[in-house]
Write a protein that binds this ligand. Structure first.
Ligand code: DAH
Length: 339
């Protein structure tokens, strides 16, 4: 009995030595101290021990039990400490690592150009207004003195919703809406999206943006138009910029002109940017046609005014020297983050 006990004790202690996991530890506890464990079994065979030896043997078994239990507890604490240390090591945070940069978005080149144009005109006392992108044929064409058979209304150019409603092809209809609603003096710019049934290429897109301008008051003359657009061009492209008014035709203005600015890249000498001419076309303008004033409820014998229309993309492409309009719509981050 004594030898048996000693053997069990030695076995158990030896197994505990190399033990590495909580599971293995529990297995040993069950194998030796559990209900059917070796030590428990041994106690059950006490009946075979001579009565006078029983207290002595009993005490020895209890001592062995206490010893093994103590060892198991110590081992358990040791394993728990090891596990905790591993966890701490794996979860360590290096506070000296540089922080990861938060990528902040920024404004699109179109938006930057628009805000620049708005800033210039707000500085001259203009109000910024908007009109609908889905527009009545009446406002987009008719009220701008563009008659039913005008080529601009061709289905090739215009997206029709039905015969009375179109996607606006220009921001000029906002002129009419403003004149119907406001009494002169009127001084507004109207930026917004416009649509034309065009194929996409480096200079065309079925959807682009314009900025319309309208001034109506007593005694507004072509000189006011020239001075205003010269001021605009110089603020936008630099104080050296010169402007040139070329006679042109628009149905809703009379007289009408297209405006060129001296090339801000070469100063007018001629370069790739201005295709050798020294001039770059930037907008259309003119004195608001008396018929347009009258149709919008403004008396052309009392009031006069001027209007102009600028392509926003054109300004952005010129200002940032972008040679393909498609880049503005492709949302390629590598392109956009340069501005
Ligand atoms: N709406 C014209 C276009 O899309 C541009 C324009 C020309 C606007 C002359 C005007 C203007 O206000 O007076 O081509």
């Amino acid at each position: 009995m004594k030898e048996k006990l000693e053997k069990i004790r030695q076995d158990a202690l030896a197994k505990m030595e190399g033990l590495g996991t909580m599971d293995a530890l529990n297995e040993i506890r069950v194998a030796y101290l559990g209900k059917k464990g070796q030590l428990t079994e041994l106690l059950k065979s006490m009946k075979d021990v001579a009565p006078e030896d029983r207290p002595k043997v009993g005490q020895m078994v209890n001592e062995a039990r206490a010893e093994l239990e103590g060892k198991l507890e110590a081992k358990k604490a040791e394993l728990a400490a090891k596990a905790r240390e591993l966890q701490l090591k794996s979860e360590v945070i290096d506070v000296t690592l540089p922080a990861r940069r938060n990528r902040v978005g920024h404004r699109h080149p179109n938006t930057i150009a628009l805000e620049e144009v708005e800033r210039i005109f707000i500085g001259m006392g203009y109000e910024v207004v908007e009109g609908p992108e889905v527009e009545y044929d009446y406002y987009n064409f008719e009220a701008l003195n563009i008659p039913a058979n005008h080529p601009a209304k061709d289905e090739q150019d215009t997206f029709y919703i039905n015969k009375d409603i179109v996607l606006r092809t220009q921001t000029s209809p906002v002129q009419v809406r403003v004149m119907e609603q406001q009494k002169p003096p009127i001084r507004v710019i109207a930026p917004g999206r416009v649509f034309r049934s065009d194929e996409v290429d480096a200079t065309h897109s079925p959807s682009f943006h314009q900025i319309e301008g309208l001034v109506i008051d007593k005694n507004i003359t072509f000189s006011d138009l020239k001075g205003t657009l010269q001021q605009f061009a110089q603020e936008l492209f630099g104080p050296e910029t010169r402007v040139k008014f070329r006679p042109h035709h628009f149905p809703f203005t009379e007289p009408s002109a297209e405006v060129d600015v001296s090339c801000f890249k070469c100063g007018g000498k001629g370069c790739r940017m201005c295709k050798g001419s020294g001039w770059i076309e930037i907008l259309g303008c003119g004195m608001v046609h008396p018929k347009v004033l009258r149709m919008s409820g403004i008396d052309p014998d009392v009031y006069s005014g001027f209007a102009f229309g600028v392509g926003l993309e054109r300004i952005a492409l010129l200002k940032y020297e972008i040679d393909d309009m498609r880049l503005l719509y492709e949302n390629d981050d590598r392109f956009l983050k340069q501005f």
